[in-house]
Design a binder for this molecule. Structure first.
Ligand code: KG4
Ligand code: ZN
Length: 337
């Protein structure tokens, strides 16, 4: 079974063809066309512009991913939500059209499920039950995956998502969009202990996240600086902020593991999982908690939005679930996991 997958939920226009080999997804073709440059000047994603660019880019991306239609596929999958509605509509309409025209099985995939299955685009296969730590631009979720396609939310953010906090702090420091890569680059030259920023909802048993207090604390320190903040202070703020986000995610993950000792694997996925400090700190924390527990982080290129992860999720729907009737599927900006 070869699946053509499409992802257009935010500012990446992406398509991939994946197939299953020995129970794991294998990528045959993968294309990501980022709109990042178009949105940088606005300090964030402009929804209408993003949707329009998807309509321009998707036909080109589909030509590329099928190598001008030489590569064939047996089913179609698409991100149906959550995301920006105008953006989702472009991918969903295209996928429905391809499924209808070719009379192919159709799979509607939740974007967070896509991120989850990016952990399967790895050499090592996650063992279930797994604790999935999803850290993206819009979500910060702790999800217990008891078996394939079964998810139990243990915690989520009450306000900002981790990626949103990176983007907002980057704006405060006068860095471009997206903030995550810019902050982590600057943080390399800073001292992560220079500033003491607060961890949101620090109680030991609380599995919910809050990053708004951290963002406010950074803003408070920034306004106390001269108009042109010296580069070494900016780097210290970036490093201390990044460390606090990593500490927060480690603390909540360990708290979830305390409550769910049956977890065999911790998977770190989503755009913020591309962050080196978070990758290494969470690996340390998980192994300190229990050295034999498996820790899997998605390969960096599959942390930020892509269609290979959507195809991987669809392969598991094909194996353990049912195709969806494309006539009943609508783009849903608030789709829950
Ligand atoms: O998963 P994703 O591509 O899109 C959503 O589903 O939201 O995540 C995008 C987020 C952005 O907020 C971006 O700043 C953040 O991931 N990000 C990073 C890094 N690379 C991307 N955050 C921290 N460090 C990075 N290296
Ligand atoms: Zn995403």
């Amino acid at each position: 079974m070869k699946i053509l997958a499409i992802e257009t939920s935010c500012d990446e226009t992406a398509a991939a063809i994946v197939e299953e080999k020995n129970g794991v997804p294998v990528i045959i073709s993968n294309v990501v066309s980022s709109q990042m440059k178009a949105h940088t000047g606005f300090g964030g994603v402009v929804p209408n512009l993003a949707a329009r660019l998807h309509t321009e880019n998707l036909p080109i991306v589909l030509e590329e991913v099928t190598q001008k239609q030489k590569l064939k596929f047996d089913a179609v999958a698409v991100t149906a939500g959550p995301g920006l509605v105008g953006c989702l509509l472009v991918g969903v309409a295209a996928a429905k059209t391809i499924a209808m025209a070719g009379d192919l099985p159709f799979y509607a995939i939740n974007h967070l499920e896509g991120h989850t299955y990016s952990a399967w685009l790895n050499d090592e296969v996650p063992e279930l039950p797994a604790l999935v730590v999803i850290v993206s631009g819009k979500h910060t979720d702790l999800v217990l995956m008891t078996r394939h396609l079964r998810y139990q939310h243990l915690g989520r953010t009450r306000d900002d998502a981790a990626g949103e906090a990176f983007d907002k702090v980057a704006r405060l420091l006068g860095l471009g969009y997206p903030g995550g890569p810019a902050i982590s680059e600057l943080a390399k030259h800073g001292d992560p202990k220079a500033f003491k920023f607060p961890i949101g909802l620090p109680e030991k048993t609380n599995l919910e996240f809050s990053f708004s207090g951290l963002k406010a604390a950074v803003a408070y320190h920034v306004v106390q600086q001269p108009a042109h903040i010296p580069e070494h202070i900016k780097a210290d703020i970036a490093a201390s902020f990044e460390q606090t986000v990593a500490d927060t995610i480690c603390r909540k993950t360990v708290a979830a593991l305390d409550q769910h000792p049956e977890v065999k694997t911790v998977c770190l996925v989503g755009g913020v999982a591309a962050n080196n400090r978070l990758r290494s700190e969470l690996e340390k924390a998980v192994h300190l908690h229990q050295p034999s527990r498996q820790f899997i982080v998605a390969p960096k290129q599959f942390c930020t939005d892509n269609a290979a992860m959507v195809g991987a999720a669809a392969l598991f729907h094909h194996r353990f679930g049912q195709p969806d009737d494309w006539k009943n599927v609508e783009a849903d900006p608030n789709l829950g996991l």
